[in-house]
Write a protein that binds this ligand. Sequence first.
Ligand SMILES: [Fe+2]
Length: 148
Amino acid sequence: MNPQTIGNIIRELREDKGLTQMQLAARLNVSDKTVSKWETGGGYPDITQIEPLAKTLIWDHFAVKKVKEPDEAHMPAIEEIEDEYYITFNHPMSKDHYISFVAAVAYDGVEIIKLYPEGNPELRVRRSRTRYIYFFCNKDGLFRCKMK
Ligand SMILES: [Fe+2]
């Protein structure tokens, strides 16, 4: 994933949370110039920033919402293809009801795939070390699947 794509995801999540670059920087103990650099594709967050960044922008964001097991309408189809999981959803992707992101959580990191309204709800994530797949429906909340 190129730095601009990562930067766009950081900016969208930060704005969803209603934080300024300065406020996010303060929570992560970095300068607002650093946050600006990430968001404009001028560089990747340092590996040591990934966990606090994910905690601040993702997990804290959904802390008040219950993480659910997927129901029938949100059950992903997950195929193992070589060293990846190929994940598809039979879920609406309209402007007002869509899966907004998928996060593959491993013990050593998080891979986040942003999905968009009117886009295809399909993606690939690396298989090795992935223990949980989290995904968020903008109407129905956060879901989690435990992987083998
Ligand atoms: Fe939904």
